[in-house]
Design a protein around this ligand. Structure first.
Ligand SMILES: [Zn+2]
Length: 365
């Protein structure tokens, strides 16, 4: 199997289009045309992880955190990044990063955390607004079903838990073919009136090329009339953080114990307890201080995240408990999610989870 096939599957689930602007997702080292001997999933790439991949005959590392993040102007084998890159290239190991795009899908990093806490009624905390477009097209009635189902197959028409969503209205289209045309219907130089269905479907922006190509392929007209517009709608399936509810409200201390057990923590850094029941819980795997205000606005009782700075703890404003559980700790189950995605899609292929403990932070208790 080629890396390309595996990458296509990953990007079908979590498009690089959903990554944050500062991020560097995608194939960082290697070539899509390479044959894949095995896949190793990890949270971080370290030299030990690359060695583990070599030892297990996995020439493809799928990592959450990109090993190449900031610009690199020299590779002098000085720091761990340069050493990892060199080791990977010397051994023909490809490295693919699936980072904030996996954070930003509703079934991604944060959902894994939510599952560990048994949260229900989950939704994205800060949905994205620039990820959807709409297609309007005008089709002869006899072709309407064929075109609609082709567009649905190409990824159009999904709204929340509903698929195959479209709207159609019948009308009369007019057109006049010039002498260079080869019209599917009507005569050269004579205005033709045709009963058509105007179909409208929503689609994720990143699928635009695919959607338009599909339309052009199945539509019978020589010149296909269509309009594409950008939407300001929020995309409730894509965005930062997640908020959900505990099945039953519980005391803060009890909930802290639950978090500790679920994530195997030695310690939780948190703001003052408010001595009220915990029901609504906001989460953000990795650094989540940018969502404190969103979590407050959503009336979360707890916000579980990591990398909170001293002054940012004050932003809890005695209205919510911020619990900093550690960056690695919050995302430690992400490689399991990657393994699961890959094993489901490539059941006969070798997909391993790294056994290297990559957390650079230690606690002296
Ligand atoms: Zn992270």
């Amino acid at each position: 199997m080629k890396l390309k096939q595996i990458i296509e599957k990953l990007e079908n689930i979590s498009s690089p289009f959903f990554q944050e602007t500062y991020d560097n997702c995608g194939l960082l080292i290697g070539n899509e045309a390479w044959d894949c001997s095995g896949i190793l999933c990890t949270l971080d790439v370290t030299e030990e992880v690359v060695k583990e991949a070599i030892k297990n005959n996995c020439n493809f590392i799928v990592t959450h955190h990109p090993i190449i993040f900031n610009s690199i102007k020299k590779i002098n084998y000085h720091n761990y990044i340069e050493k990892c890159i060199t080791l990977a290239i010397k051994n023909d190991i490809a490295i693919y990063a699936i980072h904030t795009n996996l954070d930003n899908i509703i079934t991604g990093v944060n959902d894994v955390i939510a599952q560990k806490l048994n949260l229900i009624n989950k939704r994205i905390l800060l949905p994205k607004t620039d990820t959807l477009k709409k297609l309007f097209t005008f089709v002869p009635i006899a072709y309407a079903d064929k075109i609609k189902s082709a567009l649905f197959d190409a990824g159009a028409g999904n709204i929340g838990n509903y698929s195959e969503c479209s709207f159609g209205v019948e009308g009369i289209g007019t057109f006049k073919a010039n002498t260079a045309a080869n019209p599917y219907i009507g005569e050269i130089g004579k205005q033709q009136e045709e009963k058509e269905l105007k179909i409208e479907v929503i689609f994720p922006t990143y699928l635009e090329k695919n959607i338009v190509n599909t339309l052009l392929k199945v539509h019978p007209y020589e010149e296909v009339a269509y309009d594409i517009i950008e939407l300001n709608n929020t995309n409730n399936a894509v965005g930062s953080g997640l908020i959900g509810e505990l099945p039953e409200a519980k005391d803060e201390q009890l909930f802290l114990h639950q978090i500790k057990a679920a994530f195997g923590l030695q310690v939780i850094k948190h703001t003052e307890l408010l001595y009220k029941k915990v029901k609504k819980v906001a989460i953000c795997g990795g650094a989540g201080s940018f969502l404190i205000k969103k979590a407050l606005a959503a009336e979360a009782d707890f916000f579980i995240t990591s990398d909170i700075k001293y002054h940012e703890f004050f932003d809890a404003e005695s209205k919510m408990v911020i619990a900093d559980i550690g960056h690695w700790e919050s995302e430690q189950f992400t490689p399991n999610l990657l393994v699961e995605i890959l094993r489901v899609n490539f059941p006969t292929f070798a997909v391993l989870k790294s056994n290297v403990h990559t957390n650079p932070v230690r606690y002296f208790i």
